[in-house]
Design a protein around this ligand. Structure first.
Ligand SMILES: NC(=O)c1ccc[n+]([C@@H]2O[C@H](COP(=O)([O-])OP(=O)(O)OC[C@H]3O[C@@H](n4cnc5c(N)ncnc54)[C@H](O)[C@@H]3O)[C@@H](O)[C@H]2O)c1
Length: 417
């Protein structure tokens, strides 16, 4: 099949590579010229896709990254994996809209379009279908197939990959579902069909809202636990020994990435707009999780105060800038919020992160982790627990560590969230 993947990011690139592996001819369409140039040169920016794998796909002649809409002509299957951010707290579907308008001009009878971007229930049928119909003059479900299949990709996770994670699929008609399911049956090990795109859209939001709410629960517990003198992390680990009815979530300095800070708000926005009601769980979870970076800064201020120091002028070493371990993805990272607050307070800020290579803020001095760097810091903050960090050096030589990730064992110079 000629497959077009619209958007070559964290979701679209791995899907494109897999589609090449299973024998399709793939166009990786993206509007970002520099990204497309790098991809064509075999330079991957996604950890899970090696340069070698990308270069081999390009060399096979069956993967072509392209910025030209004309390259999409004659597609059999198009999958949309473009961003769905929030703008001023409101879903921004403009990327899906422009992808749809572009695809509509190349839509032929019998072809299929699938949306994978995370979005509120109703998007596929109420927004995407009319745009595709308008631009093509064809009828969705009659002339062309249309479906929704949420992405479950977890960048950096080597246990659960695109191939072995079951994929939820849907179609606007049973014929659309059959085509969509058959395509993904060739891509992943197991597909799970649901009755309409709305259930598939909600599935993704439910998964992420579930995580968001449970993380907020343990975050709030962690804040109370510190004041009550209870080791919450130990209690969580003990509770997790129950073989049923409990799922382990651990506190952290806040939530980040492209999913948790954003997706639940797509759901609460939809509930508010359609029903006029508040989705209270989402609002509460947002409230708790958004507060965490400020809480981390407050704990640091108190610790420095005990040592007769102010944040202003103190040399503070941040370990980790990305939103989760072993990834370069710093989007919406709570570490950046902590950094920003500390800069505002006048800290002399240094950071170690071997994964995040982009310049985040000129005022954050990037450094390597050495004994001297650790010794020179008034405080070390563990914000992301990358595996490539020598935590022993930190534990042994730091004057004070605030470990928001429970990576360093308790010691007189180490405090945990
Ligand atoms: N990153 C994840 O872990 C993850 C997991 C599950 C779901 N999702 C969802 O998948 C979607 C994509 O996320 P991502 O992380 O891959 O984003 P990304 O920012 O990494 O990639 C999106 C790509 O789309 C391109 N793009 C934007 N508008 C375009 C257009 N009109 N035509 C063609 N290309 C266009 C951008 O240039 C970019 O390269 C989002 O809805 C996200 O919520 C992401």
């Amino acid at each position: 099949m000629k497959v077009v993947i619209v958007g070559q990011g964290y979701v679209g690139l791995p899907l494109a590579m897999r589609a090449v592996d299973v024998g399709h001819d793939v166009i990786g369409f993206d509007v970002d010229e520099s990204r497309v140039k790098r991809l064509a040169a075999g330079e991957s920016f996604v950890e899970d896709i090696s340069d070698e794998r990308l270069a081999a796909a390009v060399a096979s002649g069956r993967y072509r990254p392209d910025t030209s809409p004309a390259a999409c002509a004659g597609f059999d299957m198009a999958v949309i994996t473009v961003p769905t951010p929030l703008r001023d707290g409101v879903p921004d579907l403009s990327y899906i809209e422009s992808a749809a308008r572009m695809l509509a001009t190349h839509l032929r009878p019998g072809a299929t379009v699938v949306l994978e971007s995370t979005t509120y229930p109703g998007t596929t049928e109420e927004l995407l279908a009319p745009l595709l119909e308008e631009g093509s003059g064809l009828a969705a479900g009659t002339d062309f197939h249309l479906g929704y299949s949420p992405e479950r990709i977890d960048p950096g996770n080597t246990t659960w990959t695109l191939e072995n994670t079951p994929k939820v699929v849907s179609g606007i008609t049973s014929a659309s579902l059959a085509v969509v399911q058959s395509f993904y049956d060739g891509i992943v090990e197991a597909t799970v069909a649901v009755s309409t795109p709305k259930e598939a859209e909600l599935t993704k939001l439910l998964e992420n809202t579930f995580r968001h709410v449970n993380i907020a629960l343990v975050n709030e517990l962690a804040m109370f636990g510190a004041d009550l003198g209870i080791n919450v992390r130990e209690a969580i680990d003990a509770a997790a020994t129950k073989p049923f009815g409990f799922l382990r979530f651990v506190p952290g300095p806040g939530v980040g990435g492209h999913c948790l800070p954003i997706d639940p708000s797509y759901l609460s926005w939809r509930v508010k707009r359609s029903l006029g009601q508040s989705f209270r769980f989402v609002e509460l979870a947002n409230d708790v999780n958004e507060h965490m970076p400020d809480y981390v800064v407050r704990r640091l201020m108190v610790a420095l105060n005990h040592r007769g120091k102010a944040v202003r002028g103190s040399r503070i070493l941040l370990l980790g800038l990305s939103y989760k371990p072993n990834t370069s993805d710093a989007r919406e990272s709570p570490a950046l919020v902590v950094a920003d607050r500390l800069l505002q307070l006048g800290a002399d800020l240094h950071a170690v992160d071997g994964h995040v290579t982009e310049v985040i803020d000129q005022r954050i001095r990037r450094t390597e982790l050495t004994r001297e760097v650790v010794e020179a810091a008034d405080a070390v903050l563990v914000l992301t627990d990358h595996d490539d960090v020598d935590y022993e050096v930190v534990a042994r030589h730091a004057a004070y560590v605030f470990d928001a990730r429970y990576r360093i064992p308790a010691a007189p110079n180490v405090e945990h969230l």
